[in-house]
Design a protein around this ligand. Structure first.
Ligand code: NI
Length: 146
């Protein structure tokens, strides 16, 4: 994917808020944070609610990146109560794909995805969630991705 550079003018306080956002979310730089904010805003559904959902998180990463495997493993242990199972595929000499089955509150799963996505060397991370059950016990499916 080709990357295009462009200039952005921001008020000073907005820029300070952006830098704070970069720090709080462990992004490497402003560009990474802005990319994340734009794709979030464009997503059709944003799930920050407390609904109980199930889903999958698909990630691509370069396992040659220094310390990345340890970082990803530590994060998955930190969120072990949300993770049902992890499938790991060695796509080629460099790229790994992981599909993580998750279950829990939508906001918590979103937080897990945000943390994994922010790890340097992760080139793709998409969370797909579906509401497992309604209060009435009826099955209701509603897709959302970000
Ligand atoms: Ni691998």
């Amino acid at each position: 994917m080709s990357v295009v550079r462009f200039g952005v003018s921001l008020e000073k306080d907005l820029l300070e808020a952006l830098d704070l956002y970069v720090d709080e979310n462990l992004f490497t730089n402003r560009s990474q944070a802005i990319r994340h904010l734009i794709s979030n805003s464009l997503a059709e559904n944003k799930w920050q609610c407390d609904n109980d959902v199930a889903g999958s998180l698909t990630m691509l990463y370069d396992h040659h990146r220094r310390e990345i495997v340890g970082r990803l493993t530590r994060l998955q242990h930190d969120f072990h109560d949300l993770i049902i199972s992890t499938l790991h595929f060695h796509l080629d000499h460099q790229q790994c794909m992981e599909i993580i089955a998750v279950k829990g509150k939508a906001s918590e799963l979103t937080a897990l995805a945000d943390r994994l996505r922010s790890v340097k060397g992760v080139s793709f991370a998409r969370l797909t969630m579906t509401r497992a059950f309604t209060d009435e016990g009826e099955h209701e499916s509603q897709g959302a991705h970000r």
